[in-house]
Design a protein around this ligand. Structure first.
Ligand code: ACO
Length: 166
């Protein structure tokens, strides 16, 4: 398996990976409107950490990923979608994907990750170091993040001294 950061830079390879990721999200997050998922995944302000697996025919298949928007000035990222394909869940990939995402956002100089977690994903996010207690000053995220019914706003504080991949 391989983890990589992918943005919509109009390159064919990036677009193919983002398309594969969009399909995983649509399948794993059935409550999310498909056009909304597509719009954010291909949005140029968003980027994604993508997990691919090499098949026997030496093709890379997208097994999951995490799509987020880095707010560079406010120094936080908001995770929009995160999912691992059905057949690959509960094998530790979700944990590795989050570690990779933390390392990437840390490298961008960000200090926090926020997400509106589906209520059933709250235990997963807790295991990844997210908390329901938001310490990021409201002025930094207000207006960017909409909290709504059925989701829980959660936060992870990034420690610049920690190597999340080790
Ligand atoms: N409820 C409780 N515990 C969970 C859940 C859950 N829904 N999902 C995973 N866990 C636990 C696992 O049992 C494991 O526990 P352990 O460390 O004690 O063994 C731990 O979380 C991590 O498991 P991984 O194998 O690393 O995670 P996995 O590869 O299964 O990925 C994920 C987790 C991404 C949540 C996956 O289950 C998934 O794609 N679910 C469907 C889509 C989804 O709900 N996405 C999040 C929506 S919220 C949002 O997108 C902002």
């Amino acid at each position: 398996v391989k983890f990589q950061v992918v943005r919509n830079d109009s390159k064919r390879e990036s677009l193919m990976l983002l398309l594969g990721l969009k399909n995983v999200f649509v399948r794993q997050l059935p409550n999310m409107p498909k056009p909304y998922v597509t719009r954010l995944v291909f949005d140029r302000k968003h980027e994604s950490t993508i997990l691919t697996k090499c098949t026997s025919s030496r093709e890379y298949v997208v097994m999951g990923g995490c799509c987020y928007r880095p707010f560079l000035e406010e120094r936080f990222a908001e995770i929009a979608f995160l999912a691992i394909s059905d057949s690959e869940q509960v094998r530790g990939y979700g944990t590795r994907l989050m570690a990779y995402t933390k390392e990437r956002t840390k490298e961008l100089g960000l200090t926090h990750i926020l997400t509106c977690a589906d209520n059933n994903a709250v235990p997963y996010f807790k295991k990844q170091g997210f908390s329901k207690t938001i310490t990021l000053e409201k002025e930094r995220w207000q207006g960017y993040i909409k909290d709504y019914d059925g989701v829980t706003l959660m936060e992870c504080v990034l420690n610049p001294k920690v190597d999340y991949l080790n």
